[in-house]
Design a protein around this ligand. Sequence first.
Ligand SMILES: *[C@@H]1O[C@H](CO)[C@@H](O)[C@H](O)[C@H]1NC(C)=O
Length: 307
Amino acid sequence: MKMWIALVLAALAAGASAQSCSCETMKWATCDGTPCSCSLMVGDNVKQTLNCNELIPKCFLMKGEMYRAKKGQDTRSVGGKPEESAFVDNDGIYDPECENDGKFKAKQCNNTEECWCVNSAGVRRTDKGDKNIKCEKLVETFWVRLQLTHKEVTKPVNAALLKSAIAEAINKRYKNFNKDLVEKIEYDPDARMVVVDVKKPKGERKSDLAHMAYYMEKDVKVLPLFKNQEKFEPTVEGQKLEMENILVYYVDEDPPTFTMKHLSGGIIAVIVVVVLAVVAGLLVLFFARRRQSQQYNKAQQREMEAM
Ligand SMILES: *[C@@H]1O[C@H](CO)[C@@H](O)[C@H](O)[C@H]1NC(C)=O
């Protein structure tokens, strides 16, 4: 009898420890060993060791995703809805160069001759150039705007409670993300749209907005990156808000340096019209002045003749 209990206990302990050797913040990680250590394949025979107690740096995640895509592996989890598009539909994905601590290198080339500078969220903030492009430093994203839509709900959402509900959900889900950084929420009940501004003081380097935003983008757009596939669902007055769309805007500590090349046709047309109007105005002024001075000269001449 005693032996049985001991055996059962041993089996339970073994089960528990096997289970605990997994990566909560990255479903594609492989973990083994005692002490448990987890890593992610980011290239042929290249493994990135992960700290699964925290959100995984976006740069490592992007590398891992590019690798999976290259291998033709699913970048979502099994059982995902077939109509949900895979991540390759998200533009802006490339094979990034990461620092040892998971930060993006300021200059990125996607394994090509064409390079550009990125912000701390790995998002391009300059024109594309050649390999000699200079990226002085990695410019920090200090503000992200998350524009989300929630699915239809039965009860109207109490907008006054939405901010704390969202801050709470973000804090819980994204590894104690500082909820004070959830600065402002705007809500449009008709469009079911929630706009969340997450902002930190310029110069603050403790919180990383990019990691949180990337996990949330995946939570809403595709499937969670977490091992646990529960949805991101802020709860307002007992009602869960399931999210279905997300758009992320990035604001950097220094403004980006895109040039006119990237202005849309509409804006260029407006600029051309304004410039033409100004030139026309100047020409009118110029000719008006000239006529005035000619008349003045003639008058002078007549006076001279009279004398
Ligand atoms: C990076 O390269 C991959 C092919 O290796 C391509 O699919 C992707 O669109 C590129 N991304 C960018 C931002 O250039």
